[in-house]
Design a protein around this ligand. Structure first.
Ligand SMILES: *Cc1c(COP(=O)(O)O)cnc(C)c1O
Length: 323
């Protein structure tokens, strides 16, 4: 018997819970991309998900399972990124109050987006305060339930629904790649692959500058690093979670890394060839294949594009910079 924190049944149950609320995002193909690498690539476009990233899946799956008391009390999380917006939107849809702990210097657009979904933003100083401790203290004081960005079985199971749809829509896959930050997406996806396609090779892709996941995978223990400098802001995590790592070490075959320059090349490819706006973090898995870090010739390859939330001016800067 498996003692892992989530099973395929948990992902299937999550899929029922989010049905009709989350978008079933399209799976796109590109002859140009296929010709470039000599494989059949299937891109799962979570840049088209509600609030712009797969994180809606895990957030909604978590809050939807609150007890009546928890719903009454509200939800809290610490994040300045896509998870914040995912929690705020999911809470709004479920009629639950949301408190989001964000750094004082978080980009104004992110603060506004979170407030736009009805979330209450509480600021902290990222240089002097510990956001996890603050989140936990507020949770205790105000009777809120804390939903962290990745290390929670309900979050992980929700994220896995993207891979479930990819397998259902693309058919058999030899290889599945997802971006890797704290491991919610990868652990959920690997759980699905193990159940639906046991022969499928599952790979996580993280930024070269923040290869804690790769080092953890190789050493068998969770490696902690300083916040890495990378344009992939959704993967600037300092360590994997206990739950996510337990799944990743059992169900994932390899962790590979890509550079920021390779992410930019991939953003350009998506914009010019496929007319897709993808945020840097959303390009991680695709970059490993399109920039030929891996040999996938002759294979059927599933690639999760995890999100599209990038400020338009920043997007323009990144794709027009000369290297
Ligand atoms: C959060 C995020 C990731 C990383 O997901 P984890 O579950 O933390 O590994 C990747 N891409 C985008 C767009 C994200 O928002």
């Amino acid at each position: 018997m498996s003692t892992l924190p989530i099973s395929y049944e948990d992902v299937a149950a999550a899929h029922e819970r989010i049905r009709g609320v989350a978008h079933r995002t399209p799976v796109l193909t590109s002859r140009t991309a296929n010709a470039l690498v000599g494989a059949d690539l299937f891109f799962k476009c979570e840049n088209f998900q509600r609030m712009g990233a797969f994180k809606f899946r895990g957030a909604y799956n978590s809050i939807a399972q609150f007890t009546p008391q928890q719903k009454q009390g509200g939800v809290i999380t610490f994040s300045s990124g896509n998870h914040a917006q995912a929690i705020a939107l999911s809470a709004q849809l479920l009629g639950v109050k949301a408190v989001i702990v964000m750094p004082k210097d978080a980009p104004a657009v992110k603060v506004e987006a979170t407030r736009g979904y009805g979330g209450e933003v509480v600021f902290y100083d990222r240089y002097t305060e510990d956001r996890e401790a603050l989140g936990q203290r507020l949770a205790d004081e105000r009777g809120l339930t804390l939903i962290p960005p990745y290390d929670h079985p309900h979050v992980m199971a929700g994220q896995g629904t993207a891979a479930k749809e990819l397998f259902e829509d693309a058919g058999g896959l030899d290889v599945l790649l997802t971006p890797l930050g704290g491991g919610g997406l990868l652990s959920g996806s690997a759980t699905v692959a193990h159940a639906l396609a046991p022969g499928c090779t599952v790979l996580g892709v993280e930024p070269e500058a923040g290869n804690d996941g790769q080092r953890s995978f190789q050493s068998g223990e969770i490696v902690h690093i300083d916040t890495p400098k990378t344009i992939a802001d959704g993967a600037q995590t300092q360590h994997l979670g206990n739950y996510t790592f337990a799944v990743i070490r059992e169900r994932v075959q390899e962790i590979v890394t890509v550079s920021d320059a390779e992410l930019v090349e991939t953003m350009k490819f998506f914009a010019s060839r496929m007319k897709l706006v993808v945020e840097p973090t959303g390009c991680l898995a695709a970059a490993a294949v399109l920039q030929r870090k891996l040999d996938v010739r002759g294979k059927r390859v599933g690639i999760v594009i995890s999100g599209g939330n990038v400020d338009l001016l920043r997007f323009a800067d990144l794709v027009s910079a000369k290297d």
